[in-house]
Design a binder for this molecule. Structure first.
Ligand code: UDP
Ligand code: MG
Length: 331
């Protein structure tokens, strides 16, 4: 990968928002205040992810006030944070993409540090909420456990995969589409592809308005996605080899037990009915068949996965601002 860091001069902040009406104005204010100071050009792409409150109207107002800085991608309905983020990234024009939350929990003051780190030659800089300001038992503890598991499973070691505030060199993102809960795994995919990644402690504030869109069930969704991705990418396109191998072992076990049973019966004239052998034959054969069927199923899944890569995960209702080729990315 080439690292001509002097070429980085434009930053797109991408912010998915779902029912965050009260945060819109203070957030836009913060972005203007903080990023207005920077030498590089920037834009903020807000994605309204099917909010049922005033988020869209408030965002439209801000985009009309600051058309040279803000843009709104208004989605047809709620598609989830990952899809909303994808939509924002697809419409972003900067060389550096900085996703962040729209609920004032991330601090725009950290953006400049992340961008500077990319300037030092990193492809991905991941935020680390060392002092996370969420309910500790219900939120922080489960995510600690999840972070440990993700670290072990992925082999890419970060402290806080779930922190939305990150910075990416744009070309790092062009290699893959995101599904389900996968936005948090972008640094992992990038690392697997050879990208240079690092992490940086960022501020985290308690939620001021509204409520979190997630509960405990997220941890299971996240882990399922991770296993799926690991499977699809690391075992590449031939999961049948993995399942087939395991299946063959069970068939082998079944065969050995069958031969032994027949040998007892016909050579030694001992009945095998009272022994565990019939059970072993049956268990081995059934498990073998199941493994092979699972392998085939996984093959089908892999193909569907790759075929579906071309499809978008969201539908846009309207784009507000940035007509005629979009925001000019002026500082
Ligand atoms: N979000 C979204 N679509 C959703 C759920 C969340 O765009 O379906 C946005 C949300 O508005 C916020 C960010 O994703 O800007 C993170 O969500 P939240 O603050 O609820 O997550 P938490 O901070 O509790 O992990
Ligand atoms: Mg939040």
């Amino acid at each position: 990968m080439s690292r001509d860091t002097s070429a980085f001069s434009t930053v797109s902040v991408v912010i998915p928002m779902y029912n965050e009406a009260e945060s819109v104005e203070p957030l836009c204010q913060q972005l203007n205040d903080v990023l207005g100071q920077e030498a590089w050009a920037w834009e903020a792409i807000f994605v309204n992810d099917g909010s049922t409150d005033d988020t869209a109207a408030k965002l439209t107002e801000q985009v009309q006030r600051f058309p040279e800085r803000f843009r709104l991608v208004d989605l047809q309905r709620n598609f989830g944070q990952t899809a909303a983020l994808m939509a924002g990234i697809d419409h972003a024009k900067g060389d550096i993409i900085v996703p962040m939350d729209g609920d004032l929990q991330n601090d725009p003051k950290d953006i400049a540090r992340l961008v500077a780190k990319i300037g030092e030659g990193f492809d991905v800089v991941s935020g680390w909420r060392r002092n996370r300001q969420d309910a500790s038992f219900r939120r922080v503890l489960p995510s600690r456990i999840a972070n440990k598991l993700i670290s072990v499973i992925s082999g890419v070691h970060l402290h806080d995969y779930g922190c939305s505030l990150k910075a990416y060199r744009r070309d790092v993102l062009s290699g893959f589409r995101l599904y389900g809960e996968m936005h948090r795994f972008v640094p992992i995919f990038a690392r697997w592809q050879g990208a240079k990644i690092t992490e940086m402690v960022v501020d985290h504030h308690p939620r001021k308005f509204g409520t979190s869109k997630y509960g405990l069930e997220r941890i299971f969704k996240v882990l399922l996605d991770l296993l799926l991705v690991k499977f699809l990418t690391q075992y590449d396109t031939k999961p049948i080899y993995v399942f087939g191998g395991v299946g063959a072992m069970f068939f082998g076990l079944s065969g050995v037990a069958a031969i032994y049973a027949l040998w007892l019966k016909f050579v030694n004239n001992i009945s095998f009915i009272q022994t565990p052998l019939p059970l072993m034959v049956m268990f081995g054969a059934m498990t073998g068949i199941m493994c092979i069927l699972l392998g085939l199923l996984a093959e089908v899944l892999v193909r569907i996965y790759f075929e579906s890569q071309g499809k978008t995960q969201y539908a846009v209702r309207a784009i507000v601002g940035g007509q005629d080729g979009g925001v000019a990315l002026r500082a």
